[in-house]
Design a protein around this ligand. Structure first.
Ligand SMILES: *[C@@H]1O[C@H](CO)[C@@H](O)[C@H](O)[C@H]1NC(C)=O
Ligand SMILES: *[C@@H]1O[C@H](CO)[C@@H](O)[C@H](O)[C@H]1NC(C)=O
Ligand SMILES: *[C@@H]1O[C@H](CO)[C@@H](O)[C@H](O)[C@H]1NC(C)=O
Ligand SMILES: *[C@@H]1O[C@H](CO)[C@@H](O)[C@H](O)[C@H]1NC(C)=O
Ligand SMILES: *[C@@H]1O[C@H](CO)[C@@H](O)[C@H](O)[C@H]1NC(C)=O
Length: 308
């Protein structure tokens, strides 16, 4: 009985899917199949369980859900032009990277020039460069963002940046597909208003392999796979995901702007804006204690060099 039910649900999902797909997308997604790295799909299962389990009522819905996640993944990828992070001619023997966190600790440290001297500069979310060059530098090689945190004001456009999109939910993939196709994007289903216009060219966008997010949460921060009902499911901050990515694509990893001042709740959270430490301490979606403990270990063992 259960199997029959499952069959119907999947059949309905398949029918819905093909009816919904515009024909150009069907053609293009075949061409892009070479982009779909297998590990990413295997790890989608893990990402689903960690971040979205509250949406999953039972195993049947779960299966359909993963099916759609995969379809959305294909669709979003069909709008992209590249999969790799580096161009082929760009083969530096020893890549030195700096991951620039958005921490208030960067204020008035005039580290800009030092940061700009690295081969690869990784920034995150909407941490601005314009107006803060002296403290944080000008160059951005990679910028990790999600739909709610990506720049939407063209003033921040940088032709030399590759945006690496972190996807936490299927909606994020659908968003990317819609926005790159020039469709109207609805803000429904996001925890905060997402960007409704894409300022970057599609050739500048990549989707982060979800196995990186998964590795950060489970292997590095040791998050439980299930959280108690009354607790918000935690996910790693973009900063920690960026460090994990750096370990995969760099030979040497340096950090800047990754320190929080827990003692002073009024201290500024970021090097820009007015948010204070107390706002971060109230954030229920991250485990800052676990992250700071982990960072301390990385620094103490000399796996990374900390500039701040
Ligand atoms: C940074 O420097 C500016 C100008 O010199 C000063 O107004 C500001 O208070 C300083 N901020 C911090 C966090 O020290
Ligand atoms: C982008 O890179 C080119 C070549 O390195 C450089 O000349 C240009 O100034 C950079 N543009 C920006 C906005 O940083
Ligand atoms: C923090 O700010 C609040 C209100 O702005 C003030 O009442 C409090 O004394 C400040 N605390 C510290 C430690 O500066
Ligand atoms: C920060 O505070 C200043 C003055 O209190 C205010 O004018 C400005 O709009 C605030 N900025 C943000 C991003 O909230
Ligand atoms: C955060 O992580 C630490 C382990 O580093 C754990 O002891 C603590 O219970 C976690 N807090 C929450 C709210 O999940």
């Amino acid at each position: 009985m259960k199997r029959i039910l499952l069959f119907f649900i999947l059949a309905a999902a398949v029918m819905y899917d093909t009816a919904w797909l515009p024909s150009t997308a069907v053609e293009r997604r075949n061409a892009l199949d070479t982009c779909l790295l297998k590990p990413a799909f295997e790890s989608l299962l893990g990402v689903t369980c960690l971040f979205l389990y509250w949406q999953i009522l039972n195993i049947f819905i779960n299966l359909v859900y993963i099916y759609f996640l995969e379809q959305f993944f294909r669709l979003a990828l069909s709008r992209l032009q590249n999969c790799g992070l580096y161009s082929e001619e760009d083969s530096i023997a020893c890549r030195r990277c700096v991951v620039v966190g958005n921490g208030g600790v960067l204020r008035n440290k005039t580290l800009g020039e030092k940061i700009d001297s690295y081969d690869v500069i990784i920034r995150m979310n909407n941490g601005p460069v314009i107006g803060y060059e002296e403290d944080v530098g000008r160059r951005t090689t990679f910028r990790l963002s999600y739909p709610e945190s990506i720049f939407s004001d063209p003033i921040h456009y940088d032709p030399n940046t590759t945006v690496v999109l972190i996807v936490f939910k299927p909606r994020d993939l659908k968003w990317l597909w819609e926005i790159l196709g020039g469709q109207k994007v609805s803000a429904k289903g996001f925890w905060k208003r997402p960007a409704l216009k894409m300022i970057y060219k599609s050739s500048q966008i990549r989707i982060l392999d979800p196995s990186i997010t998964r590795k950060t949460a489970y292997e590095w921060l040791h998050f439980p796979t299930r959280f108690p009902k009354k607790e918000k499911p935690k996910h790693p901050t973009t900063g920690l995901i960026a460090i994990t990515l750096a370990f995969h694509i760099c030979h040497e990893v340096h950090l800047a702007g990754f320190k929080y001042d827990f003692a002073d709740r009024n201290s500024s959270l970021h090097y820009y804006g007015n948010e204070t430490m107390s706002q971060m301490m109230q954030n229920e979606y991250h485990n800052i204690t676990a992250e700071q403990k982990f960072l301390k270990k990385l620094i103490d063992k000399n796996f990374v060099v900390n500039l701040t």
